[in-house]
Design a protein around this ligand. Sequence first.
Ligand SMILES: CCCCC/C=C\C/C=C\CCC/C=C/C(=O)SCCNC(=O)CCNC(=O)[C@H](O)C(C)(C)COP(=O)(O)OP(=O)(O)OC[C@H]1O[C@@H](n2cnc3c(N)ncnc32)[C@H](O)[C@@H]1OP(=O)(O)O
Length: 291
Amino acid sequence: MKMALRACLRTKPGLTALLSQLSCSGHAAARRAPALVAQRSSSSTSQKIKVDFDQSSGVAVMHMQSPPVNSLSLEFLTDVCIALEKLEMDKSCRGLVVTSSQPKVFSAGLDILDMYGKSPEHCAEFWKAVQEMWLKFYGSNMITIAAVNGSSPAGGCLLSMTCDYRIMADNPRYSIGLNETKLGIVAPFWFKDTMVNTVGHRATEMALQLGLLYSPAEALKIGLVDQLVHEDQVLTTATETMTKWLAIPGILNISYTCHFFHLWCCNLVCTICSCVCQVIAAKKIHLSQDF
Ligand SMILES: CCCCC/C=C\C/C=C\CCC/C=C/C(=O)SCCNC(=O)CCNC(=O)[C@H](O)C(C)(C)COP(=O)(O)OP(=O)(O)OC[C@H]1O[C@@H](n2cnc3c(N)ncnc32)[C@H](O)[C@@H]1OP(=O)(O)O
């Protein structure tokens, strides 16, 4: 699925342009960007993101380092998107591993504190940034692997599902899943679609209706993650796996089908509608709070 989206993006420049207009690259571009330099290995760092790029293998590792739990705030999402954009522009970068520098947590999902009591403008920016992250990862030209070295609820699970492959630490204290229902909120349909594309319809229905968080073993069983390893081995396994993937001829040029392109267009249109609705809703909430 992700490869089809990637192919669509590569072959439909108009769509890419439209996406970039929709996305929040405006505010992203205004911020500092981690630079990639042409040398064998390079390391670039924003406050919350560290990128190590090994030019000889063409593989970059993005370390999320936003304490305490890599919650996805507007600022953090912006940094992630900028880093990804930079890597995307460097054609020598063919693979990306995403992992966490925080102990026990891959990402706690959307930053709840960044969603509460904020201005409608902030909410709109925030929501656009969430969508941009999803679009950028899902439509990436690189092979992407999530090295899930800790718990990954809600938006953290979404982030990992946008990757081509997920390797999770085999520690029963960690969990992963779209638990929004348990928080009294509804996972947006594109969260749902991403999960359907990963684990299928029935498993997604169950997961979303009950707001399930899965142990690593359960997640492996339903296909939410692809591999479990000891937590010391998550990153090394991810880079080894990446090497194998990148050795497959034409891996970055998998052809796509019309079906996938249609799905992509549907997702795009619905995303625009959803975005407009979110803004309207946020404005209404804001107004009602004034009375
Ligand atoms: C802006 C809105 C625009 C309009 C949109 C409107 C509507 C859209 C509708 C729906 C969209 C919803 C989609 C939502 C997606 C989400 O991702 S919601 C976030 C869900 N996340 C969670 O449920 C995770 C909750 N956290 C945990 O389960 C645990 O914290 C943990 C990640 C497993 C880590 O556990 P542990 O290591 O034990 O750490 P602590 O629990 O002690 O936490 C440490 C500190 O981190 C703070 N924190 C945790 N999660 C978050 C978070 N998501 N956002 C912000 N902060 C978080 C926690 O409070 C602790 O802080 P203190 O040390 O107490 O200060």
